[in-house]
Structures are given as C-alpha cells and as structure tokens.
Design a protein around this ligand. Structure first.
Ligand code: ZN
Length: 132
C-alpha cells in the first residue's frame, strides 16, 4: 500500500486502480491529439521537402514514422492522405510513379465507381470509392 499513497488520499486498492486508470485515459486522450498533429505535420513536411530537395534520403522515413504512429494509436488515415502517399513503399505519389484508373464494380445491384491508384514502384493497388 505504500506506493498507493503517492497517488492520492484513497487508501483502498480498488480506488487506487480506478484513479490510475482515469489518469492513464486522460493522458492517452491528450497524447492522441498531439500524435495526430505530429502525423499531419510529418506528411506535409515530407511533401514540401519532396518539392524542394528531391534527393533527400529521409523523405520515405518521415512517412514510415507517420504510418507507424497512426498504427500505434489506432487512427485510420483519411482517403485524402492515401491519395498523396503509398502505404506499402512509403513514397509520395506523383504523375510519373502512379497510374490512376476508374473502375466499375457491381455491389448490391448498383454500379459503384472506384478510383484505382497503381504504384509503379511496388505494384501496390489502392482503391478509393467515388461518391456519385
Ligand atoms: Zn508503392
């Protein structure tokens, strides 16, 4: 019980654990917003760096760190970010390294349109639904 007294006046073990749980959750929600800001900053920084210094060897690493951070906090990257980067080989999409096609598929007797992003570096295909 000696360690418990450091966290507040509640002497029981159950109260101690609930207090610890509450503090951890508060910390996590604070950290999540900070980490989300870090992810957006890293991706924007990598794109701006690609425009200025094309042969910077750390551009792919910035994107890898951003994707790893998003996995750690269970944050799903938005489709706008997927249009800009390839999640498989961590490269920034360009008119030279991507092929974009429109494909149609029948789902529940309705024809849906998809945008198909084909990365020419790694061959990965990302499909994004088009709103009609
Ligand atoms: Zn790729």
């Amino acid at each position: 019980m000696g360690a418990c007294q450091a966290f507040g006046p509640s002497p029981t073990l159950g109260g101690c654990i609930s207090l610890l749980w509450k503090r951890w959750r508060e910390n996590m929600t604070k950290n999540k917003d900070a980490i989300k800001n870090k992810i957006f900053y890293l991706i924007d920084f990598a794109i701006s760096e690609q425009a200025i210094h094309k042969d910077n060897p750390y551009i792919k690493r910035y994107i890898k760190i951003a994707i790893d951070l998003s996995k750690r906090i269970n944050f799903r990257l938005s489709p706008e970010i997927h249009q800009k980067i390839c999640k498989n080989c961590f490269s920034i999409r360009d008119s030279k390294n991507t092929q974009i096609r429109i494909t149609r598929k029948k789902v529940n007797k309705q024809i849906k349109k998809y945008l198909q992003y084909h990365c020419l570096f790694c061959g990965n295909i990302k499909k994004l639904c088009l709103k009609s």
